[in-house]
Design a protein around this ligand. Structure first.
Ligand SMILES: C[S@@+](CC[C@H](N)C(=O)[O-])C[C@H]1O[C@@H](n2cnc3c(N)ncnc32)[C@H](O)[C@@H]1O
Length: 308
């Protein structure tokens, strides 16, 4: 039994669509799971409490792994943690009964100004989940105008991307998140302030996605999950914006309705077969969104791997 009090390890991060994740993953005694986005450990802990199973928790953020040590102690060896990218889960894990991904940043990361993810408080232009590699400052102060505009347009789906990129170039060097947020807001004029979301939201999202190569990670992560899932293994992904959801949807639908192209080395007549059966596509309940605004844009998709 767990010796951890309810929600203790999730701390500042409230797990999103937890009930639905558990239903889709359906943990069973003796099985093993990969939680590719350990974060505050909310999912891992719930999985370990739901069945006498094992979980491998992966997170690229060293702080998340350090915070998770208490949970490792509490579950007496049923939980193992690895620091790294979930795109490498096939290096970290053998065959598994389920993989869960809860994309994006945790509240621990978002709410700590020193990590540079938020425009609500001033902090350095960092945004690196893994605390290594290129930072937001490198991009904001180093990229040329065209590249900046492309990043903001593509990953922020921001229609004012060119105007924002021009304003950033004119104001460089930019020291922190508050200064960047003001430059981005000013570049869009007073009309942008009337929208429901802060005018810097899309630009910050774009920089974060670029700095962490989030979409590339997701594409490679789904392929890695496919490699390690056993027959009847479940893949459950919670995404938070349309760019992510599009990748998850395409991955699952292509592999469930349309077979991979038969190899030219396959025996004649060997039919290529679907790899997944779609299980579900869900959004959070109104009650959850009311209680946790971070859940607002969440979408859960799940599939079960078919027997070979
Ligand atoms: C939304 S939080 C997960 C919260 C977790 N489900 C919980 O209930 O506590 C996302 C976490 O995934 C991590 N992460 C994001 N992309 C990653 C990647 N490509 N590889 C490994 N970890 C990643 C982030 O560092 C963050 O800690």
């Amino acid at each position: 039994m767990s010796r951890v009090a309810p929600n203790q390890t999730a701390g500042g991060h409230v797990p999103v669509m937890l009930r639905e994740v558990l239903e889709a993953l359906s943990p069973k005694n003796g099985e093993s799971y990969v939680d590719g986005t350990f974060g505050g450990g909310g999912y891992s802990r719930a999985i370990l409490e739901a069945a006498d199973c094992r979980v491998l928790g992966i997170d690229r953020d060293p702080d998340a792994i350090a915070r998770g040590r208490k949970l490792v102690d509490a579950f007496g060896g049923r939980l193992t943690l690895v620091q790294g990218e979930f795109s490498r889960m096939d290096e970290f894990s053998g065959p598994t009964d389920g993989v869960v991904l809860d994309l994006g940043v945790s509240s621990f990361q978002f709410d700590e100004p020193a990590r540079g993810f938020s425009f609500r408080e001033d902090g350095p232009l960092d945004m690196r989940m893994s605390r290594s590699g290129i930072s937001a400052a490198d991009v904001v102060n180093g990229a040329d105008e065209r590249t900046l505009a492309q990043i903001i347009a593509r990953y922020g789906e921001e229609k004012n991307a060119r105007r924002i990129a021009r304003a950033i170039i004119a104001a460089r060097p930019i020291a922190g998140t508050a200064q960047l947020a003001k430059i981005v807001a000013d570049a869009q004029g007073p009309a942008a302030l009337r929208h429901a979301i802060h005018p810097a939201t899309r630009t910050f999202q774009a920089l974060r996605i670029h700095v962490n190569d989030e979409l590339g990670e997701l594409e490679r992560g789904l392929e890695a999950a496919l490699k390690i899932l056993k027959a009847h293994g479940r893949l459950v992904v919670v995404s938070f914006h349309s760019l992510e959801d599009r990748i998850v949807k395409r991955f699952l639908t292509q592999r469930s309705t349309q077979a991979p192209r038969a190899s030219r080395h396959a025996p004649p007549g060997a039919a290529a077969r679907p790899l997944f059966e779609l299980m579900t596509s869900l959004t959070p309940s109104e009650a959850e969104v009311a209680a946790n605004p971070r859940a607002r844009s969440a979408r859960l998709r799940a599939g079960v791997k078919l027997a070979a």
